[in-house]
Design a protein around this ligand. Structure first.
Ligand SMILES: [Zn+2]
Length: 290
């Protein structure tokens, strides 16, 4: 994760308008809820911002989680519980004892199992009305577009820069919102990168990946176990707001969280017209960017 000063260095002047989350996702016909679903989602249904229409929007929606680890655990659990109709999980890892301090979707009995099997079992138990699709693969430039195409929202739960850039680039090329989160030790960041919705992409902030080895990963530098819970659920809240079309999105804002200080700060972001990916002069024909 970059230091704040680096973030500030690439942040443009303040943007004027907040980005409402309204109407970013369109579905021709919303599915009905059955009796059990109506009982299950009753605390949503009585909220004016959700209601029957909002819950049907959630059921119609599809979300792809890149990574079933620290961020993917709270994301998967809560988005499944909330009734997002179809959730895709991309991961290729196996559950390890060192995961259990933060990856709460997996249990001790799952050590040694593929994370996708463990996560799917847990999520099907949380909510059998949600379709869980698993992709046991690394995210690569030759499969990202195909994987992303079928989903409304992409959620970045990655722990490395190549995958993070690939997630950003494929989302931009397909015009899909990329709900971003990252964590390191006591600090986290979150935003929604969505040029088609008027905001910047990840490359508007950081045009190119840092040289390998320069920025330590969580595996190298450590991470507070509860931190992905906090950041992952901020991402989950943003995804749900995009689906419902309610509230103010994190599009155009970078939320910074420090658990030691217990403080949230926020930077306004805007699109970089010279961004190598989403800038005005960028040719988007073809997929050579990947
Ligand atoms: Zn950009």
């Amino acid at each position: 994760m970059a230091k704040d000063s680096e973030v500030l260095g690439s942040v443009q002047a303040m943007v004027t308008d907040a980005h409402p989350a309204a109407s970013l996702l369109q579905h021709a016909a919303l599915p009905d809820l059955n009796k059990e679903e109506i009982a299950r989602y009753s605390r949503h249904l009585i909220m004016p911002e959700v209601g029957m229409t909002g819950q049907r929007k959630l059921k119609a929606a599809s979300v792809l989680l890149i990574g079933a680890g620290g961020l993917g655990s709270p994301l998967g659990l809560y988005l499944t519980a909330a009734g997002v109709g179809r959730i895709g999980l991309v991961d290729f890892d196996v559950v390890d004892y060192s995961n259990l301090q933060r990856q709460v979707i997996h249990g001790t009995k799952d050590v040694g199992r593929p994370k996708l099997q463990s996560a799917k079992d847990r999520l099907m138990d949380v909510n059998p009305f949600v379709q869980i699709d698993t992709y046991e693969t690394t995210l690569r430039s030759d499969n990202a577009l195909e994987l992303f195409e079928d989903y409304d929202i992409i959620i970045d739960g990655t722990d490395n820069f190549p995958t993070r850039y690939l997630t950003n680039d494929a989302s931009v090329l397909l015009g899909k919102p990329n709900v971003y989160g990252s964590i390191f030790r006591f600090e986290g960041q979150a935003s929604v990168f969505f040029p088609r919705g008027g905001g910047p992409c990840y490359r508007c902030l950081y045009p190119d990946p840092p040289p390998p080895g320069l920025v330590p990963s969580c595996a190298e530098g450590g991470v507070l176990g509860i931190l992905p819970g906090i950041v992952g659920l901020i991402q989950a809240a943003e995804a749900v707001k995009l689906i419902l079309g309610e509230g103010e999105s994190l599009i155009g804002r970078l939320l910074l969280f420090n658990a030691l200080q217990m403080r949230f700060r926020e930077l306004k972001l805007r699109r970089d017209p010279t961004c190598p990916l989403c800038g005005e002069k960028t040719d988007h024909s073809g997929t050579d960017r990947l």
